[in-house]
Structure formats: structure tokens, C-alpha cells
Design a protein around this ligand. Structure first.
Ligand code: GDP
Length: 431
């Protein structure tokens, strides 16, 4: 739910801003957006009079010398029920360079200011039209390249995360009030059920812990990490090349050829994936190969999914056992038979990979958390853990208060300016 932001007062939102909000000309249509108190005056100056609110209207627009700029489609959107919360005008122009340049110059001549990157969205946040997580979702939406990134960004832009955080904060606030009441009225005739409070703290800590256990949002942006591991000569590089569809890794019958991990991004079932070919796992006296083997073991531990060319099928959920070179020898029981050279079995392996990766993505109504959220929520979880570890109500109250501070910072309170600057830097001009 959008909520007014405590940093609203810090916004120098006095100016009326404009920008080309569509892609670079030439294009069929160019959309220039204007936001701020002078939007109506600018639109009247260009078009002679204001169009009826919220109705597309075809008009000639002219500069202050009366020079015809374009035949344009105009939209007049009086605030506060607009994207930025301010008065907005949109000019849908013919998308030629000269048309756009002359129109932008006419707006500058009217005393309006060119918007900075992300400034429209910044105003939307300051005016309570979007909450922070929705703004981040919007940034992700503009950058989304794969289907899963698109879905996830839409969920965030829709405020799913904001609502979840606000719900947790409300519960913490209620808890804090109950605990304070218990301290203030200790010994008086006030019924304070500490068992209920403890259960509430435990359930909140459990929910936050579960959210923290999901793959981080960066994995959705950068790709789920899928590592191919196994002994030397197992066929790792050949499988890697077959899945990537390019001769990216060096294939050789000489053991120890792949000395370092090689990564390639690919999209599998609409999900972004980083496929990793690792050095063969063996004890090596070659110091450089030994470093590669150590890296391979690390990849094996940190990857979201492992394709194990020596595994036997009864593995953990995030491991798929693969029987490579299935054209040469009967496959191991329980392992997916694949011959990367024949080739056969690759589609079945891809299907298993897609199912395993899909299970790692957030489900309906869930959102993945990026670093800022994870760091703060880990603090919240730790303070709730400390609150559970003591019987002293004053210490419980202090930990709950600190948990609220960390959670509140995520929703927009606290020191948000630096974070806002970093966030809005991700937006392009005109957004
Ligand atoms: P790595 O050391 O595990 O990366 O293994 P490579 O991919 O370099 O393969 C080692 C050798 O096995 C090479 O000579 C490959 O041509 C061969 N090889 C790999 N995959 C297959 C396969 O599916 N079938 C057959 N017949 N040979 C394979």
C-alpha cells in the first residue's frame, strides 16, 4: 500500500519538470512528460487551451513565437491522482529528432526544467504514490530481460513486498505496545500474557527466517547459478558446451584441462541461469590446478543447483545426478542419462533443470529479497532471536524496538537519502 514517505520534506519538488519519456528518436511516436504545478500553464501555452481532463485530444502545438511544432495527441492529467501525484501533461508527438528537440526547447523557454534520471518516480515516492519496494520493482521492470525477471519485477512494482513488510511492521508495533504495557504496569492489575507475546515473536521470526532462506533477488537478476561438477574427464566441458550451444569450454581428453570455472549466462524456460563449468575434482600436485579444484568445491557448495556427473540419484533437492557419455556405458541408476556428443538426453536434462530452478523461485504472493532487504531483515530476525532468549521484559522490549527500527528503515523511514540516490540513479531520464 503506498504510504507517504518521511523523506517527503527533503524533496525540492517546486519545479515543473519535463523529459522525453519514450526511446530515442527517430521513432513513430515520442512521448514528452511534464509534471508539476506549471504543467497546466505549459500545456495552455503550447496548445492554446487545456484539453478535457483524462481524455486524449488532438491539437496543434506551437512555441511562444507562434511557430507550429507538431500535430500532437495531448493528455491533461490533473493531480493528485496521477503517477507522480502532481499535475501531469503528456505530449504524444511525431517521433522525429527535430520535432522532439523543438518541443523540448519550447518547454525550456517556458521556464520548465529538464528532469533528472528517475525524477518522476522520485516524486511518485515522495507524494506517496509508490512505496520503496514498488519503486525498486519498477527499476527491475525496466531492466527485466527474461520472463521470470519480468514476473518478479511486476510483483514488486505491484507492492507485494511493501505490503508484506508493512504487515510485519504492524505486528511488531502491536507487540512493542503490549510489551511496554507489561513493563509500565508491572504488578498492577493488567493482564499481560507473555506466552502469547513469545509465540508472536517466534512466529514473526519464523516468517522472516523463511523469507531469508529463499534465493536472493540478485540471483533472479544475474541468474541462478548452476554448476557442473565431477571428476576429470567425466564430460563436464562437453556437457557445458552442449547446454550453452557454443564452444565456450575447452574439451580435451587430457585430465586437468579446465583449471578454472568458466561461466556463461543462458535463459532456460524463461529463467536467467549462469551455467558454470568447473575444474575436475581430483587431488592435484599442480598448484594452479589445485586452486581450480578448490574453486570447483566452493562453486559446488554455493551453487543453487549442481549437475553432478558422479552422483547417484538419491541426492539432495538441489543436485541432479547426471550419467554423462551414456553412448559409451550403461547409465548409473537414478542418474539422468545424457550423451552430449550423440547428442541425446539433453532435453530431458533441461526439463529437470527447469523444474529444479523453478522450485527455487518465489511462489505466488512471495518476492525475492535483495541485499538491502536481506541485511535489514537478518537484523530483525537476530533481534527477535535475542528477544526470545531472555526473560527480562526490558531487554525483550529493547530488542523489539531495534527490530522495528530496522524494519521501519526498509519501508522508508530512517536514513533513506543515500539509498534513494543510489536507487534513482538506476532510472533513465523521463521515468
Ligand atoms: P571434463 O574433463 O569433465 O570437462 O571432460 P570433457 O568434456 O573435456 O571430455 C573428456 C573426453 O570425453 C573428451 O575427449 C570428450 O570428447 C569425451 N566426451 C565427452 N562427452 C562425451 C559423450 O557424451 N560421449 C562420448 N563418446 N565422449 C564424450
Amino acid at each position: 500500500m503506498p504510504r507517504p514517505n518521511s523523506a517527503a520534506s527533503a524533496d525540492p519538488a517546486g519545479d515543473t519538470i519535463y523529459a522525453l519519456s519514450s526511446g530515442a528518436p527517430p521513432a513513430a511516436i515520442a512521448i514528452v512528460r511534464i509534471s508539476g504545478a506549471d504543467a497546466a500553464r505549459a500545456l495552455e501555452a503550447l496548445a492554446g487551451r487545456l484539453p478535457p481532463p483524462r481524455q486524449a485530444c488532438h491539437r496543434r502545438i506551437r512555441d511562444s513565437q507562434g511557430e507550429l511544432l507538431d500535430h500532437a495527441m495531448l493528455l491533461w492529467l490533473p493531480g493528485p491522482g496521477t503517477a507522480t501525484g502532481e499535475d501531469i501533461a503528456e505530449l504524444h508527438l511525431h517521433g522525429g529528432r527535430a520535432v522532439v528537440a523543438a518541443t523540448l526547447a519550447a518547454l525550456a523557454a517556458l521556464g520548465l526544467r529538464l528532469a533528472e534520471p528517475g525524477e518522476f518516480t522520485r516524486r511518485a515516492l515522495f507524494n506517496g504514490r509508490l512505496d520503496l519496494s514498488a519503486v525498486e520493482g519498477l527499476a527491475d521492470l525496466l531492466a527485466a530481460e527474461t520472463e521470470s525477471q519480468h514476473r518478479e519485477a511486476l510483483r514488486r512494482a505491484d507492492g507485494v513486498l511493501g505490503r508484506q513488510l508493512a504487515g510485519w511492521l504492524d505486528r511488531l508495533t502491536g507487540l512493542a505496545a503490549a510489551i511496554e504495557a507489561g513493563i509500565d504496569y508491572d504488578g498492577e492489575d493488567v493482564a499481560v500474557d507473555t506466552d502469547v507475546q513469545r509465540a508472536a515473536i517466534a512466529s514473526l521470526a519464523g516468517e522472516i527466517g523463511a523469507a531469508l532462506a529463499m534465493p536472493p533477488a540478485e540471483r533472479l537478476r544475474d541468474g541462478l547459478r548452476v554448476a557442473i561438477v565431477g571428476p576429470p574427464n567425466a564430460g563436464k566441458s562437453t556437457l557445458f558446451n552442449a547446454l550453452v550451444g557454443a564452444e565456450a569450454a575447452i574439451v580435451s581428453a587430457i585430465e586437468g584441462t579446465t583449471r578454472d570455472a568458466i561461466e556463461r549466462p543462458l535463459s532456460l524456460g524463461g529463467m536467467p541461469i549462469v551455467l558454470i563449468d568447473t575444474a575436475g575434482l581430483r587431488d592435484s600436485s599442480d598448484p594452479i590446478e589445485a586452486i581450480g579444484v578448490a574453486r570447483a568445491r566452493r562453486e559446488q557448495q554455493t551453487a543453487d543447483l549442481v549437475l553432478d556427473l558422479a552422483g547417484d540419484g538419491d541426492d539432495a533437492r538441489h543436485i541432479i545426478a547426471v550419467s554423462a557419455k551414456a553412448d559409451l556405458a550403461p547409465p548409473r541408476a537414478g542418474a539422468v542419462p545424457v550423451s552430449a556428443l550423440a547428442p541425446h538426453g539433453l532435453d530431458a536434462l533441461r526439463a529437470r533443470m527447469i523444474a529444479a530452478c523453478a522450485a527455487l523461485l518465489p511462489g505466488e504472493g512471495e518476492v525475492a529479497l535483495d541485499r538491502r532487504y536481506r541485511d535489514a531483515l537478518a537484523q530483525v530476525r537476530d533481534h527477535l532471536g535475542s528477544a526470545r532468549a531472555t526473560d527480562d521484559p526490558v531487554i525483550v522490549a529493547e530488542h523489539v524496538r531495534l527490530a522495528r527500527v530496522h524494519l521501519g528503515g526498509l519501508i522508508g523511514g530512517g536514513d533513506v537519502e543515500a539509498m534513494l540516490d543510489a536507487l534513482f540513479g538506476r532510472f533513465c531520464l523521463g521515468k
